[in-house]
Design a protein around this ligand. Structure first.
Ligand SMILES: Nc1ncnc2c1ncn2[C@@H]1O[C@H](COP(=O)(O)OP(=O)(O)OP(=O)(O)O)[C@@H](O)[C@H]1O
Length: 335
């Protein structure tokens, strides 16, 4: 929550204004920056003169917001701001190669490793909020603490939303009925505008557009995935999104990730797609059932990402041409 702009923070937690006032911080003019960026604008002299303790102000803000939400009896779902994985052991019983790994909202973590190495197991440990009670011996903390066991059993206030490669709907509903049911179960104030936003976002992700009246059973693989991603980003209460491979999903993967991240989700995805893996802030490398090491995506890798994106867009264009029944010409490579 400290990664979002002050403006967004105030929209979501209006009482944050009192925190700034109590600490005599004038945030006017800095609304588009994050709280950390705002604090960084002070000179050393100003910090000293005004007795501003940047580190304390930063670490106290999430605590303050949590306490206020609890006090005001607001829903728990938005309270999650970090997920921590504590190490267990690999399939041979060897301790995992990291101390602890914390992921915060709006961060993306990718998980890579050979087939059968344990990527899905890690996602399952997170979903189950493992407490040294799964084959890996890992433990999961939420906001730095042992999580409430309610997360394991609650059906409408789930910690984790899973997006998997196969999204086949079996229910006999149109897209709008499906979304309306979901919006009503979440008791949103203005269901129609939420539904409209989801449809617009889903159509933006999917190659071919679909209508509100389309039965969900007639959606293509890519369309149903796009719908579920948009629904998860905009309407789901789950603060953590786990993605098991979206490479062949027929959707704009980059936009999909951006949509989830700007919705303040913690995103973890198992993937071998270089575009997705490098978009992540950190990359968990799994070997023989254990987290072998964690790689921080370097500047160099991010630069490589630009090149890979250009190559990818070329392949996508070629694919589109083939789909439309055209022939491919060498001009494709000219640009
Ligand atoms: N640390 C561990 N200790 C014991 N068993 C483990 C451990 N990690 C994973 N496993 C088991 O190994 C098997 C393979 O793991 P998993 O399905 O998670 O692999 P994967 O990387 O997702 O494979 P794929 O890429 O094929 O989907 C599973 O039965 C899982 O429960």
């Amino acid at each position: 929550m400290t990664n979002i702009s002050i403006k967004k923070l105030l929209e979501e937690y209006p009482f944050a204004a009192a925190y700034f006032e109590q600490n005599k911080l004038t945030i006017g003019g800095f609304e588009d920056q994050t709280f950390e960026e705002f604090l960084n604008h002070f000179s050393e002299e100003e910090l000293e003169d005004q007795a501003i303790d940047k580190a304390k102000l930063l670490s106290d803000l999430p605590l303050y917001l949590d306490q206020m939400r609890q006090f005001l009896g607001m829903e728990n779902d938005r309270l999650v701001h970090s997920l921590t994985i504590l190490p267990g052991h690999d399939k041979s019983g060897t301790a995992e190669g990291f101390k602890e790994l914390t992921v915060e909202t709006s961060q993306i973590i990718s998980i890579v490793g050979p087939t059968g190495s344990g990527k899905s197991r890690l996602l399952a440990d997170i979903e189950w909020t493992a407490q040294n009670d799964t084959p890996t011996g890992r433990s999961i903390l939420i906001n730095g603490e042992v999580p409430d066991m309610k997360w394991r059993y609650s059906s409408n206030n789930k910690l984790v939303a899973q997006l998997s490669q196969n999204m086949n709907f079996v229910m006999d509903l149109t897209v709008v009925d499906f979304l309306r049911m979901h919006a009503e179960s979440r008791m949103v104030q203005d269901p129609q505008s939420v539904i409209d936003r989801i449809i617009a976002a889903a159509n933006d992700l999917a190659g071919e557009k679909f209508e509100l009246s389309t039965p969900v059973t007639s959606l293509s693989g890519g369309q149903s995935r796009a719908l579920m991603i948009a629904d998860t980003a905009i309407l789901s209460s789950s603060p953590i999104v786990l993605i098991d491979e979206i490479e062949n999903a027929g959707i704009d993967r980059k936009k999909a990730l951006k949509l989830l991240v700007t919705s303040d989700k913690i995103v973890l995805m198992a993937t071998h797609d270089p575009l997705l893996a490098l978009m992540a802030d950190k990359r968990i490398v799994i070997k023989n059932g254990g987290i072998n090491h964690v790689i921080y995506t370097s500047e160099e890798e991010k630069q490589l990402l630009d090149k890979l994106e250009k190559m990818d867009s070329l392949i996508q264009t070629a694919r589109q041409e083939l789909r439309s029944g055209n022939t491919l010409s060498p001009d494709l490579l000219a640009n």
